[in-house]
Design a protein around this ligand. Structure first.
Ligand code: F6R
Length: 234
């Protein structure tokens, strides 16, 4: 895993932007995207740039189960607001939160990914080491699936909702197996709250107890980490 330590998320966004620009120049057409606060500076740089994604495809990591795409808390809405309305892609895929049949929905999403193998996947990391919504204990070979969110993830995500009770209890998420199939991966982590997870991901054993440690098994991962999130590395 290549490690880039930056001063802050602003710098981190610039580094990630460069990798997106390079990938696009070299013919990448399928971009795996994340939501949450971490990728925001990257999306700001992409929006401010001249990069053209109108021939590219985006595939997001995850979506809350039960939310309609026009719900302001949905990841579909988030992506529209922060990226797609300014930088449209040829096609953008997210799991459909309000799909009637969960088993069909995860199959559909896996078909989308199989037909559009991901060239560059952007990831954040949870305080408990999750990637996507693959919580500790997740199987490293998993495909897209419906997951029950842990109390710590519900508490962490409550900041985006009126209160904790409004946070959905389930999400659809690409699996770790799916994520590991991406050709190249960028993982961003900013802030002291991520320091323990970053140390476990990079220096800890490869174990389902820290889902992000699975990235040690991938040949082309760039971790872009600010000084606060790097503080627990040896
Ligand atoms: C979001 C996602 C999550 C987040 C993680 C960090 O699509 O898959 O794994 O990347 O929860 O969230 P933030 O960036 O809000 O700290």
């Amino acid at each position: 895993m290549k490690l880039i330590v930056v001063k802050d998320s602003e710098q981190g966004g610039k580094e990630a932007y460069q990798i997106f620009a390079e990938a696009l120049k070299n013919g990448a057409t399928v971009f795996g995207l994340a939501t949450g606060s971490t990728p925001l500076t990257t999306y700001q740089k992409l929006v401010a740039s001249k990069l053209d994604f109108s021939d590219a495809i985006s595939i997001n990591l995850d979506e809350y189960v039960g939310l309609k795409p026009d719900n302001p808390q949905s990841y579909q809405y988030f992506m529209q607001e922060h990226l797609f309305k300014s930088k449209p892609f040829k096609r953008s895929y997210l799991p459909q939160g309000d799909a009637k049949d969960a088993a069909q929905e995860v199959k559909r999403y896996d078909r989308v990914i199989a037909e559009n193998p991901i060239d560059l996947q952007l990831l954040g990391i949870g305080r408990n080491g999750h990637i996507g919504f693959n919580e500790p204990g997740s199987d490293f070979t998993s495909a897209t699936h419906k997951v029950a969110l842990t109390p710590s993830t519900i508490a962490a995500n409550a900041r985006f909702f009126k209160n904790k009770d409004e946070v959905p209890r389930y999400a659809y998420s690409m699996g770790i197996g799916t994520i590991l199939k991406s050709k190249k991966i960028i993982l961003e982590a900013f802030g002291a709250a991520k320091a323990a997870a970053v140390a476990a991901m990079i220096e800890g054993p490869v174990t389902p107890a820290c889902p992000a440690s699975a990235l040690q098994k991938h040949a082309d991962v760039v971790a872009i980490v600010d000084e606060a999130a790097a503080a627990k590395l040896k």
